[in-house]
Design a protein around this ligand. Sequence first.
Ligand code: GDP
Length: 433
Amino acid sequence: LPVLAVVGRPNVGKSTLVNRVLGRREAVVQDVPGVTRDRVSYPAEWAGRQFMLVDTGGWEHDAAGLNARVAEQAEVAIAMADAVMFIVDATVGPTATDEQVVRMLRKSGKPVVLVANKVDSPVQESDAAALWSLGLGQPWSVSALHGRGSGDVLDAAMAVLPEVSGVASPLPEGGPRRVALVGRPNVGKSSLLNAIAGRDRVVVDSVAGTTRDPVDELVLLGNRPWWLVDTAGIRRRVHQTKGADFYASLRTQAALEKAEVAVVLIDSSVPLTEQDTRVIQQVIDAGRALVIAYNKWDLMDDDQRHLLERAVEQDLVQIQWAPRVNISAKTRWHVDRLVKALDTALGGWDTRISTGKLNSFLGELTAANPHPVRGGKQPRILFATQADSRPPRFVIFATGFIEHGYRRFIERKLRENFGFVGTPIEISVRVRE
Ligand code: GDP
């Protein structure tokens, strides 16, 4: 889906506008200082068109260096987007920070819809007109609060938003495989990056046929080149302040867009946190191959390791399909084992099974384990096909609604039979009466 990002300084009314777009479907927390929203993008629809709306509004309650951070946030959001809605407070006029964002927008070359917000009455139209000076074309005046003009501005955004995303997909084919190192702050991402890239950095020009993004690094791992994507986000330290969570999540999203496989780092020395689980979920939602790396293994004694192994089985019961390695980024212990895990996960991610094989497998499976009878009816599976790989996507045609538990059962059996190690699987069902 094409990506539309909403960018602007704090308090210009981003949340209000985002809520207008989303309708009331998503409860977006508004104007509650200290409450961070962890979602970065929302599926949205306007005038029959579907797109992803990237909302940077959750990441603003930060006392230190606010302006610098707005710029950073805008930079990431712009990079992720196919088109940008840039919101300026018309009652204040453009500030130095706004000017800074304008320069980034120009440099990006992406289509921009300039929104002059807080034009609550016609008297204020002249404030909006003053924003022509930004050189971003027509300022669309709206009052997000009253809803005035927000339909027009969305129409304008739809007019410049491409039908197909140029940033989200498709991933570049061929060349070294693209890895994202992700995980909540302090799990050891930059330590791992240093352990890998610090020593064995290869000369970029030696690998032909790949365009290089300056924030990606080419490294040698297991004697082969790999792209580590979006490493600038790891090298640039994020301070441990309130907005940092949201910023980290935005960065993860940006890295996942570009990666084929993600290594989720987890700190072995502390219990699994909700934030760890969220990062894992982000990888799955992005449809990327997944490797779990328990870092800081060196901090644990034998007893602790034993206990942890047991806890991990419980903690990660939902993603038993993901390869897991225990490492120490600090001592480089078992870092080389990541290679095998990455290969395995990518192997699963790439897997495609033929329609013939799939249907004979499903035929036997459903004959032996039919769908439960519901309301006197028993939905039957007619036919299935793997519509896509990377990640594997299956479409099942059935005579009725296939319930969630049965889908999970099919997923599990597909994994048992065909591998699919390290990759999320999508199953959608089409009902034919
Ligand atoms: P990031 O925020 O995910 O990039 O985490 P860092 O790489 O900055 O690591 C956070 C802290 O954990 C630092 O103090 C590191 O020295 C420490 N650390 C990272 N990896 C390891 C490890 O394998 N073992 C130990 N003992 N400490 C580690």
